[in-house]
Ligand binder design. Structure first.
Ligand SMILES: Nc1ncnc2c1ncn2[C@@H]1O[C@H](COP(=O)(O)OP(=O)(O)OP(=O)(O)O)[C@@H](O)[C@H]1O
Length: 328
């Protein structure tokens, strides 16, 4: 069996701007068809990481290989055509129409211009393809930016805040398109401050803070290591607790228990054995809660590329509150 070659390989990658460490010791191997969610506060280093991958700026330390090639080398020119990029603040030549702009980018990327109308249709801009971009709304510009990134069926997509300005239906369409590209083998890095709705479309998450990699892993791995409580909802919980008084230590609402991930299964089994259990729903810690948790851990807890180990629960069974975020 041959091992899959990563599309992106970052090894101890760092970037310094004068005295500022914008990125430090980033490690990532992104496989074909893998979607990575890249999360971090303003100034955490997300755009810097994307620019290094694109070859727009060189890394100051570590090794970078994109499609097996150093993005700063001459050979990277060929592989760059396989990359689609949506910058954070997309801007176009305002006096051109959507059709003219996408045709222009198709020529730059040496992609057949016949793709253009279909791509504009895919992002819902057919009705406005002959309208000048200066008359486009913010969301329409973002849709055009996405069409530009999707040109030529890229093997690697770097998307910086792709859903900004999109309405809910366009956001849903966008994620459907990401799922489709992924199933065709495209690798994606998706950078977003909008966390709800992202988690079911990513394979792994990387959390950056102050240029450092606080965690990387699947959500299941991040959950296991954080040991954050899962929420268990039960109607008429009070009457059930009278026969399970030991469970009241987890009660956080009239119909809600919050149970540490590691005790979750035992508690669920106990509840399911009770014939009086009216109903039950279980929600694991969501991406926002994981993000908060990993942002707040200190550097000693996040050695290298792996997610840090879990804190011990306190007497109430809840994980200890992490220290406050150090300002970056
Ligand atoms: N050309 C530059 N010269 C000096 N400092 C820079 C330069 N570009 C970025 N920085 C700094 O590097 C740090 C990381 O910036 P970056 O743009 O990568 O953050 P980001 O995570 O993308 O933030 P945001 O979510 O706000 O887009 C910031 O402190 C920023 O001020």
């Amino acid at each position: 069996m041959t091992a899959t070659k990563p599309i992106i390989s970052l090894s101890e990658t760092g970037k310094q701007y004068q005295q500022l460490d914008a990125l430090q010791a980033i490690n990532l191997a992104l496989n074909p068809g893998e979607v990575l969610g890249l999360f971090g506060h303003n100034g955490a280093g997300k755009t810097t990481m994307m620019k290094i991958i694109l070859g727009v700026i060189p890394a100051s330390s570590g090794e970078v290989r994109i499609f097996g090639v150093d993005p700063q080398s001459k050979q990277a020119w060929q592989s760059r055509r396989q990359i689609g990029y949506l910058p954070e603040n997309v801007s176009f030549y305002d006096h051109l129409t959507g059709l003219e702009i996408l045709t222009y980018f198709a020529r730059l990327k040496q992609v057949s211009q016949q793709e253009v109308p279909a791509l504009l249709a895919q992002v819902g801009l057919t009705h406005a393809l002959n309208r000048k971009v200066k008359h486009y709304s913010k969301g329409m510009r973002q849709r055009l930016g996405l069409a530009q990134a999707f040109l030529g069926n890229p093997k690697l997509l770097l998307l910086d805040e792709p859903t900004v300005g999109l309405d809910p239906i366009a956001t849903q369409d966008f994620y459907q398109r990401v799922d489709q590209l992924k199933s065709n083998g495209t690798s994606v890095i998706l950078c977003s401050h909008v966390l709800p709705g992202v988690e079911q479309h990513i394979d792994r998450a990387m959390i950056l803070a102050g240029g450092r990699q606080k965690a990387i892993g699947t959500l299941a791995q991040l959950r296991e290591k954080a040991n954050l409580p899962a929420t268990i909802r039960i109607p008429e919980l009070a009457s059930l607790l009278s026969s399970h008084p030991e469970l009241s230590q987890w009660q956080t609402g009239p119909e809600q228990l919050q149970v540490p991930e590691k005790q979750k299964l035992a508690v669920i089994r106990q509840l399911l054995d009770d014939p009086l259990l009216p109903d039950i729903s279980i929600e694991p810690a969501n991406l926002e809660q994981l993000y908060q948790y990993y942002l707040n851990i200190n550097d000693a807890q996040c050695q290298g590329a792996v997610a840090p180990s879990a804190p011990q629960p306190n007497a109430a069974g809840r994980p200890l509150t992490p220290p406050e975020v150090a300002s970056s």
